[in-house]
Write a protein that binds this ligand. Structure first.
Ligand SMILES: [Zn+2]
Length: 122
């Protein structure tokens, strides 16, 4: 996997400012059989993966979805991070079923009840 230089820069700045994350560094040293040069390369590789994964998670979190009532077409746009939070909605009442992974929407305008898979909203 090849990463953008900006991520390497971020790791370099982090190492300069706060040093290595101890647990990750120990893991790298262990996997590299105490070979410090190999461990450094592993550390940077893993830290890059963590940073890129965290950024992806964050951008997913910032994504928003527009829910539309199938009957009266009332809409509400909601951040994906708040999709399961009933108090984040004004146009719909929701109940979240964690077992089925579904949200049941009830429209405050026309009373229409409909369901959505949370996988499609996250
Ligand atoms: Zn409606």
């Amino acid at each position: 996997m090849e990463y953008d230089v900006k991520y390497y820069q971020q790791v370099a700045e982090e190492l300069r400012a706060t040093g290595a994350i101890e647990g990750l560094w120990l893991k790298a040293l262990t996997v590299a059989n105490a070979d410090k040069e190999k461990a450094k390369a592993l550390y940077v590789k893993w830290r890059l993966e963590q940073i890129v994964a965290a950024e992806l998670q964050e951008s997913k979190h910032k994504a928003s979805y527009t829910i539309a009532c199938p009957k009266c077409h009332a809409t509400e746009t909601i951040l994906s991070a708040h999709v399961k939070n009933p108090s984040a909605y004004t146009t719909f009442n929701i109940s979240y079923n964690s077992f089925l992974g579904r949200i049941k929407f009830s429209c405050n305008h026309c009373g229409k009840v409909f369901k959505r898979d949370t996988q499609l909203l996250e």
